[in-house]
Design a protein around this ligand. Structure first.
Ligand code: C2E
Ligand code: MG
Ligand code: MG
Length: 698
C-alpha cells in the first residue's frame, strides 16, 4: 500500500512556526514523497484547492478567518472527495472529534506527532477516501443493476485501462461470458462505426464535467451482424484531484422502442398503400433540393405532377381492390424508372409526384415525362386482367426566384391541369409567363367579381353625330370600372376577362339597365325628333341564355323606353362563336323593335356575306378605316360599305373620327353618322348633359 507518487499536501495553518514544523517532519518522512504548500487563511486555502492537484489537506482548527468545524465544513462542501486531516491543539480536541464524525479522515494533535506518524496518517487518509468513493460507486452500480435486470452493466477503470462488462451486457450482444475480455475496445469496437465518435465525445463531455451525466442512444453490432439500438448511461468516479479514474453505468437494449419510433416516423411520411413518400416527405425533399440549389450546391431538378386519367373508371368497373393494386404497380414502375436518389411520392388518390434530379431544362424534363408515359402505356396485369393506365403530367422547374416547395408543386399541378385540358396522356411544362399571368389574372378576377357584385362601374357616354346637320342623335354607353386603387379602368383591361369568366353577363344587365334609364331621362329633358337613341355594347353570352328576350323587355319597361331607342352593338364574332340560341333571341328582339348594330365592321370575318345572312339595322365602320381614310384602299372600303349599306337600307356610323379632315372626307362620301374624339370623348353624365343643353353642333 505504499504511495510512490509525489503527493501534494496543502497545509492551512496561520502559525508559521507550526507550519514550518510540519513541513520539516514531512520532508524527513521516508514513507512519502511530497510537495508541500502552506496557506495561512481558509480563503487562501480554498482558492488553492480550486486550482486542483491537491491530494490531501492538513487543516488547522483555529484560523483567523474561520474556526473549527466551520473551516472543515467549508472545505468538505467544496471538495467532498478530498481527504482532510485536522490539526488541533490540545484544548480543541473535542471539536476535532466531531469533525471526524462528520467525515474528516483523522485528527492530529500539533507538536505531539512525528514525521512517521504524520506520513502514515496521510497515507491512510488518502486510501480511506478512495475506498469510500469506490463503495459509493459500487452502490451506484448496484442501484443500476436493480433498475433493470435487462440492463448490461459496465465499469471502466480508466487508470488501469480495463473494463468490466456484466454477463448480461455480453449476452445482449449474443456473446457468452468468456467470449469478451476486459479491454475497453471490447465495447467500442462493437459500436456501429457511424456512432463511435459520438459515443467517445459524449463520454469525454461527462469526464470533462461539461455534462453532469453520461447518457446516449447509439447503435451496436450484435454477434449475428444486426444492429441493436441501445441506451448507455453512466457516471464518472473522480480522484482527489477531480480527474476521472473510473466510469460505470448501464447499457439497455432499446431496439424495440426505436423500431416502433421509426415505424411511426415512417408512417408519418409514407403512403400506406404504395409505401412511397407522401406529400409531407415530398415537400420536405423538395425544400432540401431548393435550398441546395440556392446555395449553388445542386444542379437542376424538375417536379413532375402525375394525375391518372379515368382512374375512377377502373375503380368503378373493376373494383377498389384492382384500383389499389394498380396504384401500387404504377408506383413500382415509377420507382424503377427513376434514379434511386429521386423521390417518387403518392400525393393522394390517383395523384403522384416525382422529384427528378439532374434535369437541366424543360426539354430534359419533358424527356422524363415521355419515358413515364411510355412505361405506363404498357398494360398492367392485375388479378389475371389486363388493365390500362395513362397519366396527364405537369412539369415545373425551379426557375422562379424564391419559389417555395409548395409553390413549385402547385405550378406542376397547374401545368398538369393544362395537360389534362389538352387531351389525356399529355404533358405540359409550366413556365414563368404562365405563372405571372395566372397570378395576375386570378387577382383581377377576384377584384372584378367583387366589383360586379357591388356595381362598382360608371357609365360614360359618347355622342353620335348626324353629319347632315351636325346635331347629336344618340350616344354610345361605354363602361368604366371604378377600381379602388387604379381609378377608372377602361374596358380593354377587363372585358376579355369578364367574357372568359362569365362575369360579362351580370355586368351586361347592369349596364343595359343604367343606359336605358339614362337615355329615357335625356329624352324627357332634351326632346328631339326622332328621340335620341342609346347604343349598348353587349356580349353574345347575354343571349346564350334562354329568357334574355324577356329580360331585355323588362329592362325597357322599367325604363319606359321605346325598343327603337335601344341599339344593341354586337361584334361579328358574337354571331359566329355563339350558336342558334343567340341568333334566335337577337332575331326576336329585332322583331320587337330593338335595333341591332354590328360593331367594328370590316375587321372580322367575311363581313359582307354576313350582312346578307343576318339582318341588321346599322353597322359601325371600324375606326382603323377612318384613321386611314387618306389611303386609297381604306377610302375604297368605306365607299363600298356605304353603298352596300344604302343598298340594303341599313344605317352607318363612322367610328373614331379624330380630325376635321376625316370629318370632311366622310361628309363628302355621304356617311350619315359619325362618332369620335373630334366631337367628344366619352363623357360622364354631367358633361354629356351640359353638351346636350348647350345645343352644340358640328
Ligand atoms: P367600341 O364599342 O368600338 O367602343 C368605341 C371605343 O373607341 C371606346 O373605347 C371609345 O372610347 C373609343 N373611341 C371613341 N372615339 C375615339 C376616337 O376618336 N379615337 C380613338 N382612338 N378611340 C375612340 P372604350 O370605351 O375603351 O371601349 C373599348 C371597347 O370595350 C368598346 O369598343 C366595346 O367593344 C367594349 N365595351 C365598352 N363598354 C362595354 C360594355 O358595357 N359591355 C361590353 N360587352 N363591351 C363594352
Ligand atoms: Mg361599340
Ligand atoms: Mg367599335
Amino acid at each position: 500500500m505504499a504511495e510512490t507518487r509525489v503527493l501534494t499536501v496543502l497545509i492551512v495553518e496561520d502559525d508559521p512556526a507550526d507550519a514550518l514544523l510540519i513541513r520539516r517532519q514531512l520532508e524527513r518522512a521516508r514513507e512519502l514523497t511530497c510537495r508541500i504548500e502552506v496557506r495561512d487563511r481558509i480563503a487562501a486555502g480554498l482558492a488553492r484547492l480550486d486550482e486542483g492537484g491537491v491530494d490531501v489537506v492538513l487543516l488547522d482548527f483555529s484560523l483567523p478567518d474561520s474556526l473549527g468545524l466551520d473551516s472543515y465544513r467549508r472545505l468538505r462542501d467544496r471538495h467532498p472527495e478530498l481527504p482532510i486531516l485536522i490539526l488541533t491543539s490540545l484544548d480543541d480536541d473535542a471539536l476535532a472529534v466531531s469533525a471526524v464524525a462528520e467525515g474528516a479522515q483523522d485528527y492530529l494533535v500539533k507538536r505531539q506527532v512525528d514525521g512517521r506518524l504524520l506520513a502514515r496518517a496521510i497515507r491512510y487518509a488518502i486510501e480511506r477516501q478512495r475506498i469510500e468513493s469506490a463503495l459509493r460507486v459500487s452502490e451506484e452500480r448496484y442501484a443500476l443493476a436493480v433498475r433493470g435486470a435487462n440492463d448490461g452493466l459496465w465499469d471502466w477503470d480508466r487508470a488501469a485501462g480495463t473494463i468490466y462488462l456484466s454477463p448480461r451486457w455480453k449476452a445482449m450482444l449474443g456473446y457468452a461470458e468468456d467470449e469478451i475480455g476486459d479491454r475497453p475496445d471490447e465495447w467500442f469496437s462493437r459500436v456501429v462505426e457511424h456512432d463511435r465518435a459520438t459515443l467517445r465525445s459524449a463520454l469525454e463531455a461527462h469526464a470533462g464535467s461539461s455534462e453532469p451525466h453520461f447518457e446516449l442512444e447509439h447503435r451496436m453490432r450484435h454477434r449475428d451482424g444486426r444492429e441493436l439500438w441501445v441506451l448507455s448511461r453512466g457516471v464518472a468516479v473522480r480522484d482527489a484531484s477531480g480527474a476521472v479514474t473510473r466510469m460505470a453505468g448501464s447499457t439497455t437494449d432499446i431496439s424495440a422502442r426505436k423500431q416502433a419510433e421509426q415505424q411511426l416516423l415512417h408512417d408519418a411520411f409514407h403512403d400506406g398503400l404504395t409505401g412511397l413518400a407522401n406529400r409531407s416527405l415530398f415537400l420536405d425533399r423538395l425544400s432540401v433540393a431548393l435550398a441546395g440549389r440556392r446555395r449553388g450546391r445542386q444542379g437542376g431538378f424538375a417536379v413532375l405532377f402525375l394525375d391518372l386519367d379515368r382512374f375512377k373508371n377502373v375503380n368503378d368497373s373493376l373494383g377498389h381492390g384492382v384500383g389499389d393494386r394498380l396504384l401500387v404497380e404504377i408506383g413500382r414502375r415509377l420507382v424503377q424508372l427513376m434514379r434511386p436518389s429521386d423521390t417518387v411520392a403518392r400525393l393522394g388518390g390517383d395523384e403522384f409526384a416525382v422529384l427528378a434530379g439532374g434535369v437541366r431544362d424543360g426539354a430534359a424534363a419533358a424527356h422524363i415525362a415521355e419515358r413515364i408515359r411510355e412505361r405506363l402505356s404498357q398494360p398492367f396485369s392485375i388479378e389475371d386482367q389486363e388493365v390500362f393506365a395513362s397519366a396527364s403530367i405537369g412539369i415545373a422547374l425551379p426557375s422562379r426566384e424564391g419559389a417555395s416547395a409548395e409553390g413549385l408543386l402547385r405550378d406542376a399541378d397547374l401545368a398538369m391541369y393544362r395537360a389534362k385540358a389538352a387531351g389525356r396522356g399529355c404533358y405540359e411544362v409550366f413556365d414563368l409567363e404562365l405563372h405571372t399571368a395566372a397570378v395576375q389574372l386570378l387577382k383581377l378576377e377576384t377584384e372584378l367579381r367583387r366589383a360586379v357584385a357591388a356595381g362598382d362601374f360608371v357609365m360614360h357616354y359618347q355622342p353620335i353625330v348626324s353629319l347632315g346637320d351636325g346635331r347629336i342623335v344618340g350616344f354610345e354607353a361605354l363602361t368604366r370600372w371604378k377600381h379602388p386603387e387604379r381609378g377608372l379602368v377602361a374596358p380593354a383591361h377587363f372585358i376579355a376577362l369578364a367574357e372568359e369568366t362569365g362575369l360579362v353577363v351580370p355586368l351586361g344587365w347592369f349596364v343595359l339597365e343604367r343606359a336605358c334609364r339614362q337615355v329615357r331621362e335625356w329624352q324627357d329633358r332634351f326632346p328631339a325628333d326622332p328621340p335620341i337613341f342609346m347604343c349598348v355594347n353587349v356580349s353574345g353570352k347575354l343571349f346564350a341564355q334562354e329568357g334574355a328576350v324577356e329580360q331585355v323587355l323588362r329592362v325597357l319597361e322599367r325604363a319606359r323606353l321605346a325598343p327603337e331607342s335601344l341599339r344593341l352593338e354586337v361584334t361579328e364574332s358574337v354571331v359566329l362563336d355563339h350558336g342558334e340560341t343567340v341568333m334566335r333571341q337577337l332575331r326576336m328582339l329585332r322583331g320587337l323593335g330593338v335595333q341591332l348594330s354590328i360593331d367594328d365592321f370590316g375587321t372580322g370575318y367575311s363581313s359582307l356575306s354576313y350582312l346578307q345572312r343576318f339582318r341588321y339595322d346599322s353597322l359601325k365602320i371600324d375606326r382603323s378605316f377612318v384613321r386611314d381614310i387618306e389611303i386609297n384602299d381604306s377610302r375604297v372600303i368605306i365607299e363600298t360599305i356605304l353603298s352596300l349599306a344604302s343598298h340594303l337600307g341599313i344605317g352607318v356610323v363612322a367610328e373614331g373620327v379624330e380630325t376635321e379632315e376625316q370629318l370632311r372626307k366622310l361628309r363628302t362620301l355621304g356617311c350619315p353618322l359619325a362618332q369620335g374624339f373630334w366631337f367628344a370623348h366619352p363623357l360622364d353624365v354631367g358633361a354629356a348633359e351640359n353638351l346636350l343643353a348647350s345645343g352644340e353642333h358640328w
